[in-house]
Design a binder for this molecule. Structure first.
Ligand SMILES: Cc1cc2nc3c(=O)[nH]c(=O)nc-3n(C[C@H](O)[C@H](O)[C@H](O)COP(=O)(O)O)c2cc1C
Length: 217
């Protein structure tokens, strides 16, 4: 009788032990599974980070430099910079170019090939893979501020792309002059006229910007 009771107690103890063991095994496997998932997640995110870093490293660093008296060149420069995720440098001519006197003086300075006094630059062009330079056409040539920029920085320009804005004059001759001054060919160029910037030309304007920016990448 005593033996029977002892055996039953022993059996109950064994079952309890088995249950505890099973519980421990279950907890162990759950912990291993969670750890595994953590390691995988960390692996995936660091792989994604590495891919992102590579992509950033491969991205061209682009600067858009422009002079603008009345906003046309500024608009095109900003639209181009937006598409290319580029930095912007606005050239400030210290001479007052406003009004009729400013217009006439500007035309005279441009035609004579005079350099302008410009405010100090904020961006170092040598840090960029590509520098896009935009100028309004003044007296069938580039603006004095842009002439000054190219003259002073030509040795720091790895690659250039060029654009002009004008009332109607085409870009070809002016782009050629800018290339000669920079001592290098532009990877691409474009000429925008005032009609391109009208509201009704939105679609063709965007297409023109796209053609230009596609070649800058
Ligand atoms: C001094 C001066 C000279 C200009 N000469 C020309 C020219 O030779 N041919 C032309 O088509 N437009 C000429 N224009 C018009 C500008 O090129 C045109 O309006 C340009 O888009 C202005 O750019 P902005 O608004 O960025 O200053 C001249 C404008 C100025 C102020």
């Amino acid at each position: 009788m005593k033996v029977n009771v002892r055996l039953r107690l022993y059996g109950a103890e064994m079952i309890k032990h088995k249950e505890i063991c099973m519980k421990l095994v279950k907890q162990y496997f759950t912990a291993v599974a969670v750890l595994f998932l953590f390691v995988c997640a960390a692996g995936f995110s660091s792989a994604a980070d590495a891919a992102k870093a590579m992509e950033k490293k491969d991205m061209k660093k682009i600067l858009v430099v422009y002079y603008s008296r009345t906003g046309n060149t500024e608009k095109v420069a900003k639209d181009i910079a937006k598409v290319l995720n580029a930095d912007l440098e606005k050239l400030i001519d210290k001479k007052d170019r406003s009004g009729v006197t400013g217009y006439l003086g500007g035309g005279k300075d441009a035609a004579a090939g005079n350099l302008a006094e410009i405010e100090p630059l904020k961006k170092d062009p040598s840090k960029y893979d590509l520098v896009i330079i935009g100028t309004p056409i003044w007296a069938w040539t580039m603006s004095p501020a842009v002439r000054t920029y190219i003259t002073r920085n030509k040795d720091n320009l790895k690659q250039i792309a060029l654009f002009t804005t004008a009332g109607g004059t085409g870009p070809d001759k002016i782009i050629k002059k800018m290339e000669e001054l920079a001592g290098k060919k532009a990877v691409t160029s474009a000429g925008f006229v005032e009609d391109d910037l009208e509201d009704e030309s939105k679609a063709s304007y965007s297409a023109k910007v796209k053609t230009f920016t596609d070649k800058c990448n």
